[in-house]
Design a protein around this ligand. Structure first.
Ligand code: BYC
Length: 334
């Protein structure tokens, strides 16, 4: 080995060590990592995994609700639902952009989703059978999302945290609109109330599973919490969510489908029954009621949108050429 290559190896090691020390210090101070800062490969990979899965969830999550746009019961409800579904697309875009700052391309992330290699939230593999399901998604699914995502506004990776601030603001509107749909139905005819109850019965368990597997079966939590990406464990957030929705369900005049749900004075929390974790595992492995349909639809939408991507790329190229020509002319003139 030549002396030059030994020197460059040593200086590379010094850089790595200094980078690691600086990174550890930023994490210890509960400060933030920016895209150009040195970061361990594991940290980068974890973030790409979580942020891209999150982005895919927003994009796939548009489908169950979009299913009701043409059948929303009034023009006003239709407009609100369209705005909500558009918001979810926006969330996907902020998140893909945040993940791109880690050095991965959007094309690669999207391709992984289309190839069935990337995960997205289990909840979106359930069908929306009635209009009340749109209410249940807003109240329970967006409610769970807020519970999970407010702490992510403080995630140590700055672009992720910044994206989350805006996402959470919009999710709050979403949750309110869902609650209001259920409130109207619950205070409507007996059939409407039954429809609201049925939707809550079907979405309650899957919404609680959105927080991920129990802590003992969560391989990523410990490290993600040590890196200040996740601020709370899956079970902690699930408990907070249950504590929040019990009084809300009472205000709605609806019940939650869990016979074991009861206030525990000693713990200061609601106890709740075991969730169906076999079903959860089956859904995240691709065998939920709508997995095949959701991916098929996304693939078709991607193919149908090819001309838009081509047109946007051609336009960007033309603009870049014009800017270059203008810069050249300026230089010649100068
Ligand atoms: N579904 O070690 P764990 C929305 C996977 S969209 C599927 O605990 P981690 C909305 C997990 O990925 C809201 N997979 O993982 C949109 C891991 O597998 P890999 C989406 C799940 O990452 C439209 C394995 O199980 N929110 O609100 O520490 C309309 C072991 O889990 C799920 C986010 O994405 C699941 N539910 O914690 C309306 C939030 N749970 O990757 C509304 C951001 C776990 O090792 N993400 N898995 O193969 C997170 O906070 C965390 O990634 C999780 C999981 C809490 C979800």
């Amino acid at each position: 080995m030549s002396t030059t290559s030994i020197h460059s190896d040593v200086s590379h090691l010094d850089d790595e060590r200094a980078g690691q020390e600086r990174f550890d210090q930023i994490i210890a101070e509960d400060s933030r990592i920016e895209p150009r800062d040195w970061m361990p490969e594991g940290y980068r990979k974890t973030l790409v995994r979580q942020i891209s899965q999150h982005a895919h969830s927003e994009i796939i999550g548009m489908q169950p609700e979009a299913n009701w746009i043409t059948r929303a019961p009034s023009l006003k409800r239709k407009m609100i639902l369209m705005a909500k579904v558009q918001d979810e697309a926006g969330h996907g875009l902020y998140l893909y952009s945040a993940a791109e700052t880690l050095g991965t391309s959007r094309d690669k992330m999207v391709q992984d989703l289309l190839d069935g290699k990337a995960k997205y939230s289990s909840i979106f593999n359930y069908p929306t059978l009635t209009w009340a399901d749109v209410g249940a998604i807003g109240w329970l699914v967006d409610g769970a999302a807020i519970q999970n995502q407010v702490p992510l506004c403080r995630a140590s990776y700055a672009p992720y945290g910044r994206a989350m601030v805006r996402v959470c603001k919009e999710e709050s509107f979403h949750q309110r609109q869902g609650w209001e749909i259920l409130y109207e139905l619950s205070n409507g005819t007996p059939e409407q109330k039954a429809m609201a109850q049925d939707a809550v019965n079907r979405f309650y368990g899957p919404a609680l599973q959105m927080f991920g597997p129990p802590d003992d079966d969560s391989p990523n939590s410990k490290q993600s919490m040590a890196w200040n990406i996740k601020r709370h464990s899956n079970d902690e957030l699930r408990q907070r969510f249950v504590d929040m929705i019990v009084p809300q369900a009472e205000a709605l005049g609806l019940t939650l489908p869990d016979p074991d749900l009861k206030w525990n004075e000693e713990r200061g929390h609601y106890d709740f029954g075991e969730l169906d974790w076999d079903e959860f595992m089956s859904v995240i492995k691709g065998n939920g009621p709508c997995n095949v349909q959701r991916l098929q639809h996304r693939r078709e939408a991607h193919e149908n949108g090819a001309w838009v991507r081509e047109a946007a790329a051609a336009y960007a190229e033309k603009q870049a050429r014009r800017n270059q020509d203008a810069a050249d002319r300026h230089l010649i003139g100068a």
